[in-house]
Design a protein around this ligand. Sequence first.
Ligand SMILES: *Cc1c(COP(=O)(O)O)cnc(C)c1O
Length: 355
Amino acid sequence: MKKHNFSAGPCILPQSVLEKASEAVKNFNGLDLSLIEISHRSKPFVDVMERAQELALKHLNLQDKGYKALFLQGGASLEFLMVAYNLLEKKAAYLNTGTWSSKAIKEARLFGEIVEVASSKDQNFNYIPKNYAIPSDIDYFHCTSNNTIFGTQMQNFPEVSVPMVCDMSSDIFSRVLDFSKFDLIYAGAQKNMGPAGTTLVVVKEEILGKVSRTIPSMLDYKVHISKDSMFNTPAVFPVYVSMLTLDWLQELGGVANIEKHNTKKAEMMYGEIDRNPFFKGFVTNKEDRSKMNATFNLLDTSLEERFNTMCREAGINGLNGHRSVGGYRASMYNALPLESVKVLVDVMQTLEKQA
Ligand SMILES: *Cc1c(COP(=O)(O)O)cnc(C)c1O
């Protein structure tokens, strides 16, 4: 039996996707060849790349709006510096909502002046700062939509007159937003889309080509656009699995439908965290809670061993909190069934009854 996989990343993918992916490794599209042993420039793979790009734009409702979808390598972590390399001439503004934002700021500082418009570091990032001022003399504004480690999620995005860049690694394709507000979105595949090894970058072409520095080819979005994500050998397997996941999402009725499913899971999870006197949520501002990653603690830490054993026996995997937060983190990405949340809630209730 498949485990109830609450892993924060790499994380659960749809079982049907895993089955198709493993078949393609053995025999891709009935070609009697493996997906990973054919040329990335062959028609069957070019079709995969094109379909993945098309579906990514479609799910974000960004088709025919001047955006390009790229499947790059180097993870979201490389985007921290690629964004600055390509967009930062003098000054940019960043909202600091956690570890990943802090890392993005650190890299961007290598390229110019970075204004941190607000930070929730004072409370170990357990809330999303609000009512901050964003300077207007900046090249772009950068934020992180979902803070995977701390379990906070932005519900509102500021209105800015400069390009808005967003790290959506851990909530892309999980909810409907007006994605046209953003000029560059990036996401490592391994949270909600596919295996680690590729990063989706969706960029509005008109914001590129404005910095004066020379950009190395591999770090230049314009080069990747001109070569349709095939400047060098792309991560064929991760791109293929991402395409399968995006297809799966399409069959399920797209982002609007998966959002309903994600809301149900989050309501069930937070409902129990709030109700059960043995547990306490890490994020106290309810409107800042992430629907993807619910962080919580056991109030009596001496019960941890018992709770961990009960979880293990129920087939629950990946519930440990990040080392910088401790406690527990239930990651409820698109592919996690409601049933898995129900199993976790049952274990929490059993602990309450027995303790
Ligand atoms: C996991 C994660 C990253 C880092 O992604 P890599 O692909 O490992 O570089 C960056 N940002 C967010 C929000 C993440 O969740």
